[in-house]
Design a protein around this ligand. Structure first.
Ligand SMILES: Nc1ncnc2c1ncn2[C@@H]1O[C@H](COP(=O)(O)OP(=O)(O)OP(=O)(O)O)[C@@H](O)[C@H]1O
Ligand SMILES: [Mg+2]
Length: 238
């Protein structure tokens, strides 16, 4: 199988402000990889770097063994990588249907209809909300819309930045369960940054711990979850 997406010794940041230091990660095809670490450690920056939103000083990003370093976000998205940002991933004044259509704007009509059907088969609950404004949905429902919007583009890889942010614990668990289902049922490779570290490490096979922009641990998610030091030191696991 091997890695579908990887970075090699990435040094990156915003303008002159370096945030990531020599970060090498690889994401197994059809796998779930969790990225965890304290606030400000560079988790979101790593996802943004893969998507082409940051400045890369040196290092490489490879997708399916193609060098995509420095490619702009729309090109990366088109290649099959979907990014679900930490905030602002839906248009609240538009309906669910309009959000989904907008997300699939590059598709032709027949492909869009096919994709729409697959999204609704995967998230049947969205059918009931199609004409509702997203701003009127609950946080959990909004996350389903955001996932549906990513799914409509038929991605091979989905990068999630804190999908459970601002959700009640029970909803957080549900949303993370849906993330796992994307891999289990559709075979999509998942990378997940998650504030509820335990939830992410429980669904992931592999994990990276970022501290101050460097990889401090890489390996089995289960091992990290049970690690005698890291859990307490960095992740609030007791
Ligand atoms: N657009 C930006 N311009 C300048 N600095 C930024 C920008 N975005 C983030 N940073 C800085 O980069 C560092 C890493 O931020 P990042 O958002 O990647 O951390 P994180 O691990 O995702 O944190 P959190 O758990 O709080 O989401 C922080 O010091 C942050 O202030
Ligand atoms: Mg973040």
């Amino acid at each position: 199988m091997g890695a579908i997406l990887r970075t090699e010794n990435i040094n990156a940041g915003y303008g002159k402000l370096q945030i990531l230091f020599d970060v090498s990660v690889d994401f197994e095809e059809n796998g779930i990889t969790a990225i965890v670490g304290p606030n400000g450690s560079g988790k979101s920056t790593l996802l943004k770097t893969i998507m082409g939103f940051t400045r890369i000083y040196s290092g490489k990003v490879y997708f399916e063994d193609r060098d995509i370093t420095g490619k702009p976000p729309h090109a990366v998205t088109k290649m099959g990588i979907s990014y679900l940002p930490q905030v602002g991933n839906v248009f609240t004044t538009l309906t669910v249907y309009e959000n989904l259509r907008l997300a699939g704007y590059t598709l032709d009509e027949s492909e869009l209809n096919d994709r729409m059907e697959q999204v609704l088969t995967f998230f049947p609950v969205l059918k009931d909300y199609m004409e509702k404004k997203v701003g009127r949905l609950s946080g959990g429902e909004r996350q389903m819309v955001a996932m549906g919007m990513a799914l409509i583009r038929n991605p091979k890889v989905m990068l999630f930045d804190e999908p459970s942010a601002n959700l009640a614990p029970i909803l957080a668990k549900k949303v993370v369960g849906e993330v796992k289902r994307l891999r289990d049922e559709l075979g999509i490779t998942i990378v997940i940054v998650e504030q509820i570290v335990k939830l992410a490490l429980e669904i992931a096979e592999e994990a990276y711990l970022l501290v101050s922009g460097s990889v401090r641990y890489s390996g089995s998610a289960k091992e990290l979850l049970n690690h005698p030091d890291f859990g307490k030191m960095y992740l609030g696991i007791v």
